[in-house]
Every structure is written in C-alpha cells, then in structure tokens.
Design a protein around this ligand. Structure first.
Ligand code: AMP
Length: 113
C-alpha cells in the first residue's frame, strides 16, 4: 500500500510543524489553515478513516479525543473550538489517514460548507 502524506509525516520523511507526539498519536499544524489555530490530530496506526475504526481501536479513538482536549488547552482555546472529522467522499476527506481537525480562535458558523 502506498504511504499517505500523513504516514510520511509520522515516519519523519517529510517535515511538519509538530505540536504534540506520543506513542499512539501525533498532532501538527495544518499546512492550509482554515482558522488562526488549525491542528490535525492523527493516530500513528494507519486507519484510513473513521469508518475503518474497529472495536479493537476503542482505546485509541478515545485517546485521540483526549489529545484534542489537551492541545486545545495548550493552544489557549478557552473560548471554544470546533473538532471535525471528514469521512469519505461526501465528507470531503482528501487524505486517507484518519485525522481530527481542531479549529479555533475565530467564530465558527453552522451549517458547515
Ligand atoms: P481532509 O480534507 O479532512 O482530508 O483534510 C486534510 C487536511 O490535511 C487538509 O486540511 C490539508 O490542508 C492538510 N494537509 C495536507 N497535506 C499536509 C501536510 N503536508 N502538512 C500539514 N497538513 C496537510
């Protein structure tokens, strides 16, 4: 299977502005930010998207949400923030490695585009 751009970032084959790393996850700044703070949180395990997560990934998926909380605090997103997971074509997913977007430091609107 071809490595995605995010797997290359995990392997440090290509650079990224990393803001957090542990044995299960990595978080880095989005290269094309849609808000003053735009961070991507990814599992190191190459899960293609949310649909591909299984019962076996329960701890990992919960971990990712707690990492979102930790990063939001670290980034000073005290006034709130948005967490987005784009899943598949209709979801607008462009990179086939599960990732959680953290968007903050601006007022979000609803519905999303
Ligand atoms: P999605 O559309 O949900 O699949 O989001 C993919 C995100 O990855 C987009 O917001 C891109 O800007 C971001 N992205 C793509 N390549 C890189 C990269 N090399 N470093 C950081 N972010 C990236």
């Amino acid at each position: 299977m071809n490595k995605t751009i995010f797997t290359k970032i995990i392997c440090k084959e290509i650079p990224a502005d990393i803001v957090y790393e542990d044995n299960m996850s990595l978080a880095f700044k989005d290269i094309n930010p849609q808000a003053p703070v735009h961070i991507l949180v990814i599992p190191k395990k190459p899960i293609a998207n949310l649909d591909e997560g299984t019962e076996e990934d329960k701890t990992l998926l919960g971990h990712l949400l707690l990492i979102v909380q930790k990063i939001a605090r670290k980034m000073g997103l005290d006034n709130g923030y948005r967490v987005v997971i784009n899943n598949g074509n209709d979801g607008g997913q462009t990179v086939n490695h599960l990732h959680l977007h953290i968007l903050g430091k601006r007022q979000m609107t609803w519905p999303p585009g």
